[in-house]
Design a protein around this ligand. Structure first.
Ligand SMILES: Nc1ncnc2c1ncn2[C@@H]1O[C@H](COP(=O)(O)OP(=O)(O)O)[C@@H](O)[C@H]1O
Ligand SMILES: [Mg+2]
Length: 407
């Protein structure tokens, strides 16, 4: 480290704001104070301290937020999934607390990071949670699909390339990347085949898990600067993954059966229907050994300390998703129409019908967008001719039985 620089806010050393350096990181007085205020503040229970604007000013590169504040941000964008939001908020909070503490205290107590495993059906908000939290934390985030990963040496994407992507997300700032977030989606798809399931999985599944384990555990690795395969003699960037927060996500189809069997839950007879109706509840009882049974290696599960389950999106949720988040689809269309001086209205029954169609697609809330785009296409096409009018989308428009009302 040639020039002293705060790893949190990037300011240089000065008399007013001196920098303390540890082995691997440095922190300035302002950031120590900010960290202190947050720790002490939360102890006293004033979680949503309005004073925190001051803190943000002091450490622009890592906006410290309390778990309650983090959850509030998630609430703005993600409907429902309360438990997952809480788990994620606490994990992220601990993650940054841990990084601050490591610089603040000089004994060698090690606070382990708490990586997160999100289990939930497709389109229930797993990726959205990770994206939202990283956007508002202003930390780099890399998202990778476990199915596209291979162990080093196989055709495909090396696990280590994910780390390269994180460095790219941090605009090449390795230090920033070292405290970033990596989201590994579809981890369930690299489960090794277990005798319980018939999912065909190539043998490399376990190898990918081993490779993931290495970076999740924390290691100093050399990654190619531009991704791709490693070549002998090629320049490599060295990066320590110890402080990278890992969030893994997966749908884990069939997991409920494993849990049910364990619970002695009835697999035959008339109870079947009653039980299967409540998959969400069954899944919420998931324990580590269920995941081992599913085919994740115990070492990897051991590193995913916090497990949160997400609920399947219901029809009611869909309506909320369409209208409530800050970037809700309906809000976006209304704005888009406004630009042409056209007022757009959706009848409640129309929103319900759209939700119903989305449920039929079985892709969670993901289906909403294309359904809506399909409905809106013709209207959008003629939009400039509807200046100063009001367009109302009724249920019959959604079912394509009628044209929209234009008044
Ligand atoms: N709980 C939710 N609240 C708001 N929008 C959601 C929610 N779940 C899914 N969506 C919408 O569906 C899209 C796909 O969700 P995503 O998070 O990618 O699902 P997955 O759980 O498969 O990762 C999101 O971009 C978002 O628009
Ligand atoms: Mg996803």
């Amino acid at each position: 480290m040639s020039k002293l620089e705060c790893d949190f806010c990037g300011t240089g050393d000065s008399n007013d704001n001196p920098i303390i350096s540890g082995d691997n990181a440095s922190i300035c007085k302002a950031c120590v104070n900010a960290a202190h205020e947050i720790m002490v503040g939360s102890k006293e229970g004033n979680l949503v301290d309005k004073e925190d604007n001051k803190i943000e000013e002091q450490s622009p590169s890592v906006k410290l937020k309390t778990p309650a504040q983090l959850k509030e941000i998630l609430d703005d964008y993600v409907i429902g999934q309360n438990r997952a939001k809480k788990v994620l908020s606490v994990a992220v909070y601990n993650h940054y607390k841990r990084i601050f503490r490591n610089n603040e205290i000089d004994d060698d107590t090690e606070i382990n990071k708490s990586n997160v495993l999100l289990i939930g059906p497709t389109g229930s908000g797993k990726t959205l949670l990770a994206q939202t939290i990283s956007k508002y934390l202003d930390v780099p985030l890399a998202i990778a699909d476990a199915t596209s990963l291979t162990e080093a040496g196989y055709v495909g994407d090396d696990v280590e390339n994910v780390v390269t992507r994180l460095i790219q997300a941090a605009d090449g700032d390795v230090k920033k990347a070292e405290t970033g977030i990596i989201f590994i989606d579809e981890v369930d798809k690299v489960a090794r085949m277990s005798e319980n399931r018939s999912i065909t999985r190539d043998v490399s599944g376990e190898g990918v898990q081993q490779a993931l384990l290495k970076i999740v555990e924390g290691a100093t690795i050399n990654v190619p600067p531009k991704g791709g395969r490693k070549h002998p003699g090629q320049d490599a960037i060295q990066i320590d993954t110890t402080n990278i927060l890992f969030i893994c996500g997966g749908a884990f189809d069939g997991l409920e059966e494993i849990i049910q069997k364990k619970q002695g839950g009835n697999v035959l007879g008339f109870n079947q229907e009653k039980i299967s109706k409540n998959d969400d509840e069954i899944i919420s009882n998931v324990e580590s050994h269920d995941l081992v049974k599913y085919g994740l290696i115990p070492e990897l599960i051991g590193r995913l300390h916090m497990i949160a389950t997400l609920n399947e999106i219901t029809e009611d949720d869909m309506v909320h998703i369409l209208t409530e988040p800050k970037n809700a689809l309906v809000k976006q269309y209304v704005k888009l129409f406004q630009l042409d001086n056209v007022k757009l209205k959706f009848e409640k029954a129309a929103l319900k019908e759209i939700s119903k169609l989305a449920i039929e697609r079985k892709t969670g809330a993901r289906g909403l967008r294309s359904i809506l785009e399909d409905i809106m296409l013709d209207i959008m096409y003629d939009l400039p001719t509807f200046k100063d009018k009001t367009i109302t989308i009724t249920k019959d428009v959604v079912t394509k039985e009628k044209e929209p009302k234009i008044a």
